[in-house]
Design a protein around this ligand. Structure first.
Ligand code: TMP
Length: 211
């Protein structure tokens, strides 16, 4: 019988170094001989990537927070059921750049949608699928915003205010505090070497926990 893979998500505010650390995590898992795939949200399949473009494009028309919330979950339904779940069932580990914690943080903390509404959609779309481990890359909002601005043109989310991102960071930390066994907070304001070492250690720990 194939053992189900582990589902690991990477979260954080803008510019905390998620892409670099997911690549580092995938490298570490490969060295441990673990078959893994790397994907992202919103996105991860052609249709979900098309929804991502709709969501991130700056636009003059105000975007209603429920429209944004439903599009996030529409992309997630497609991604989860056509890509993530089949991979997990085949025993692959899935490293995902953001997942539903981002919805609680951005649409909940950031936009003010109630967590009850988000949880309703979470249950509808995901059933009982939840990440096995969440790696939360945490850094002061200003540090990340400077890094994000250096990357070039800002998307619809990156154009938001410092206080929006502060609420997001607070929401992530509050969620992590409630379930410390599933959430792993990594200080992303440390040096690149230190952050990479910590993330690699976590991957080794997730594997050894299974032995
Ligand atoms: P990325 O820049 O990390 O790829 O993420 C794209 C943006 O989408 C980012 O600003 C966070 C936002 N987002 C949400 O608002 N809610 C969600 O559920 C997800 C997955 C991402």
């Amino acid at each position: 019988m194939t053992v189900r893979g582990r589902f690991i998500t990477f979260e954080g505010t803008e510019g905390v170094g998620k892409s670099t650390q997911i690549a580092n995590a995938a490298d570490t898992l490969k060295k441990l001989d673990i078959d893994c795939i790397v994907t992202r949200e919103p996105g991860g399949t052609p249709m979900a990537e098309a929804i991502r473009e709709l969501l991130l494009a700056p636009r003059d028309e105000p975007v209603n927070e429920l429209t944004e919330l439903l599009l996030m979950f529409a992309a997630r339904a497609q991604h989860l059921h056509t890509y993530i779940c089949p991979a997990l069932e085949q025993g692959q580990w899935v490293l995902c750049d953001r997942f539903t914690d981002a919805t609680f943080a951005y649409q909940g903390g950031g936009r003010g949608v109630s967590s009850e509404r988000i949880a309703l959609l979470e249950n509808l779309v995901q059933g009982d699928v939840r990440p096995d481990h969440v790696v939360l890359l945490d850094a002061p909002v200003e540090t990340g915003m400077v890094r994000a601005r250096q990357r070039g043109a800002l998307d619809r989310f990156e154009q938001e205010t410092v206080s929006f991102f502060q609420r997001i960071r607070d929401t992530y930390l509050a969620r992590a505090a409630v379930e410390p066994s599933r959430y792993n907070i990594v200080d992303a304001s440390a040096s690149l070497d230190q952050v990479s070492r910590r993330v690699s250690e976590l991957m080794c720990k997730f594997q050894s926990d299974l032995l």
